[in-house]
Write a protein that binds this ligand. Structure first.
Ligand SMILES: Cc1cc2nc3c(=O)[nH]c(=O)nc-3n(C[C@H](O)[C@H](O)[C@H](O)COP(=O)(O)O)c2cc1C
Ligand SMILES: [Fe+2]
Ligand SMILES: [Fe+2]
Length: 371
């Protein structure tokens, strides 16, 4: 590990980014990520010379966190740890930190319960709107339940106008730079969409409330627990979240699988049909596309067009997984269409229809036919 990787970045006066980066990681709890991962944590110096740590990192990255903290101060000077969310990507290194200092721990009641269960640790519980003074700095906590776990909160530092937003507004983007102004902002926004689609989308109603609350704050920085820190592009990320949380999609996404190529050959026909009604259409061949990228496209889609051969009287396993993900992640779909081929009795089309009808989508066309 190089020295630069282990040095904290000062993002504001006395406030340091001390999180971990893993540019080579391609998976995040089972789904595919395209540009590595980061687990952001922040160290804040109080007027008393002591420090507050906001969030930790994944257990495997503990060393990177500790060495970045050491580049600022001896960890024993940490007097408080704020845990916004106890999912292992943010709490994994918590026990390691607790070995090095004896801090007060702040968390929501739900997070405190999880910390007790996972690590036997005690935390002071904070509620929505609570203000706590630590080391002469005021911290304001806002509960954001189910964005995307029951324990989530965000932490606001009014004096610096910084919101530590944890998973909200995060992205799997292992940029070398910490700020949106230095990273490729279009990539950051694309990865924010990908992140939202795969993690936050089923809870968009709760996320919408959190976004409205965030808009009432004076903000110079939104510092999430994954990816780039938003500064100049705060309006862009808020606009993106407004769109993603709206439950309205305007695009179409075409997704297919194929065993011998027959269904794949018919994709153009389906595309032409879709082209009559949709301007923006993304197409995915599940034989080589990642499901997480499909879900990112679906997060802005009104229509899904699914192509499947019949495989033992049903859609192929990859298409079955797609249907399960549509049910689990609930993209804002209103309509669907189908294409594909079968050798004798068929069955894929019927099973796809049953599933999507049950989810309240309307069928617009079915181009399935015998091979
Ligand atoms: C493993 C396997 C299982 C199949 N099961 C069925 C089936 O249950 N019912 C049916 O009508 N056709 C079945 N077929 C035939 C395919 O659906 C048909 O060949 C179709 O055209 C293949 O489309 P593709 O070229 O996109 O893979 C099966 C084919 C394979 C290879
Ligand atoms: Fe999370
Ligand atoms: Fe996370």
């Amino acid at each position: 590990m190089s020295n630069t990787m282990c040095k904290a970045a000062e993002i504001a006066d006395g406030i340091y980014a001390v999180g971990a980066t893993d540019a080579n990681e391609t998976r995040f709890h089972g789904y595919h990520v395209n540009r590595g991962v980061t687990y952001n944590a922040y160290l804040i110096k109080g007027n008393n010379g002591k420090f507050t740590l906001v969030d930790t990192v994944r257990k495997e990255q503990s060393e990177q966190l500790v060495s970045k903290i050491r580049s600022v101060t001896d960890p024993k000077n940490i007097e408080a740890v704020i845990i916004n969310h106890t999912e292992p990507d943010h709490s994994g290194a918590f026990p390691e930190i607790m070995k090095l200092c004896d801090p007060a721990v702040y968390a929501t009641a739900a997070a405190a319960k999880f910390l007790k269960n996972m690590f036997g640790a005690d935390a002071s519980t904070v509620k929505n709107g609570d203000q706590v003074s630590i080391g002469g700095r005021t911290y304001v906590f806002a509960a954001t339940p189910m964005v995307h776990w029951p324990d989530n909160m965000v932490t606001y530092l009014p004096s610096e106008k910084i919101l530590f937003s944890n998973d909200a507004f995060g992205q799997h983007y292992a940029s070398k730079e910490v700020f949106d102004t230095l990273s490729d902002v279009n990539v950051a926004l694309e990865e924010a969409t990908h992140y939202f689609a795969n993690i936050v989308m089923p809870y968009r109603a709760q996320a919408a409330k959190a976004v409205q609350a965030v808009k009432t704050l004076k903000l110079d920085m939104i510092a999430p627990s994954h990816g780039t820190i938003w500064t100049e592009h705060i309006p862009d990320i808020l606009k993106l979240y407004d769109a993603l949380c709206s439950g309205q999609g305007s695009d179409a996404t075409l997704v297919y699988d194929s065993m011998w190529g027959g269904t794949a050959q018919r994709a153009d026909e389906a595309l032409a049909e879709l082209g009559k009604r949709y301007q923006s259409i993304k197409s995915f061949d599940l034989r080589n596309a990642h499901m997480s990228d499909v879900m990112a496209a679906l997060s802005a889609s009104k229509h899904v067009c699914i192509g499947s051969p019949t495989y033992n009287s049903r859609p192929t396993p990859r298409i079955s997984t797609l249907l399960a993900e549509i049910e689990a992640l609930a993209p804002p779909l209103k309509e669907y269409s189908i294409f594909g081929t079968f050798g004798w009795g068929g069955g894929a089309s019927k099973k796809i229809s049953e599933k999507l009808d049950a989810l309240g989508l309307e069928k617009t066309f079915d181009l399935t036919r015998i091979s």
